[in-house]
Design a protein. Structure first.
Length: 298
């Protein structure tokens, strides 16, 4: 399961980077008088991307193990829910790209919200189905739920607010505990980004005044509050008997770069591509009945 999840997460994070990059370059693809059927282009791109990704995963990874009847497993206790947050985050971010892609192609608002917003959970759930037909793995009910939660977070806000007032973001900083089990947590720093759940953090960031519709002359539109979740000292998937593993809760600040004017166009595109990453900032950590203040926390 580990090598499948490593490869899967690497593909997905790369897809988010490429997707955000492409969404900021759509006008460039259609510049001047080049006539393109954008809806056909979108359908073709989605179909080929989904089909090739699933085919590649099936042939490269799942073919090494016997097939079985479709079955579920319960892995909800693994990694203190960090892997579930990862599924929700990925589904949410791909939903944003899906929505922007459908709007770009000329679909109406409701179609873009529903079909684009569901694109992340549809893809991730298809991968879960591959797990379900493998005797070595199994489909995870928790993963299905997390995939749906990410899509619901995007779709719900788009329907209610017509924008994303609450963003789900990611941050990473290398952990010290990885050396105790490099096979599981990553043999190097690149692998660790995807495999070391001790080093990952997930954040809900929002502008409180905007969220509560408070009008004020002192409103700073780009400054967000960030509420984070993480876990530490996990050296294996199931930490129910690991007394040193613990959950972390965070209160921090973040920047909504969509509300920051950036004159340099190249820098603006780079910032947009990386907009799913929470910036380092002063942070309060609540864990193990302690409160720790970090001057800068990643």
């Amino acid at each position: 399961m580990l090598r499948v999840k490593f490869f899967r997460h690497a593909i997905i994070i790369l897809a988010i980077l490429i997707a955000n990059s492409c969404s900021s370059s759509n006008d460039f693809l259609l510049k001047d008088k080049l006539e393109v059927n954008k809806k056909l282009f979108l359908k073709t791109t989605y179909s080929l991307s989904y089909a090739s990704s699933l085919y590649f995963l099936d042939k490269l990874w799942y073919s090494d193990y016997p097939r079985s009847n479709f079955h579920f497993i319960n892995d909800n206790k693994n990694w203190m829910y960090m892997d579930k947050f990862g599924h929700a985050f990925t589904s949410y971010q791909l939903g944003i790209y899906g929505y922007n892609s459908f709007k770009w192609a000329g679909y109406d608002e409701m179609t873009s919200i529903l079909y684009g917003g569901l694109s992340g959970s549809i893809f991730l759930s298809a991968v879960e189905i591959l797990d379900g037909f493998s005797s070595h793995w199994g489909a995870s009910c928790g993963d299905f739920f997390a995939n749906s939660a990410g899509s619901i977070l995007f779709i719900g806000q788009q329907l209610i607010f017509d924008t994303q007032k609450i963003n789900l973001k990611f941050s990473y900083f290398p952990s010290k505990i990885r050396v105790e089990n490099k096979r599981l947590l990553g043999n190097n720093e690149i692998e660790a980004i995807f495999k070391d759940y001790n080093a990952q953090k997930y954040w809900l960031t929002f502008n409180l005044q905007e969220l509560l519709n408070i009008t004020s002359n002192n409103k700073i539109e780009w400054l967000n509050i960030a509420i984070g979740y993480g876990a530490n000292n996990m050296i294996q998937a199931n930490n129910s008997n690991n007394s040193t593993a613990y959950r972390q809760y965070f209160l921090s600040l973040d920047v909504d770069f969509s509300k920051v004017y950036i004159e340099n166009k190249l820098l603006e595109k780079i910032v947009k591509i990386l907009s799913f990453v929470k910036i380092p900032a002063p942070t309060f950590e609540f864990s193990k009945n302690n409160v720790i203040f970090h001057k800068i926390y990643f």
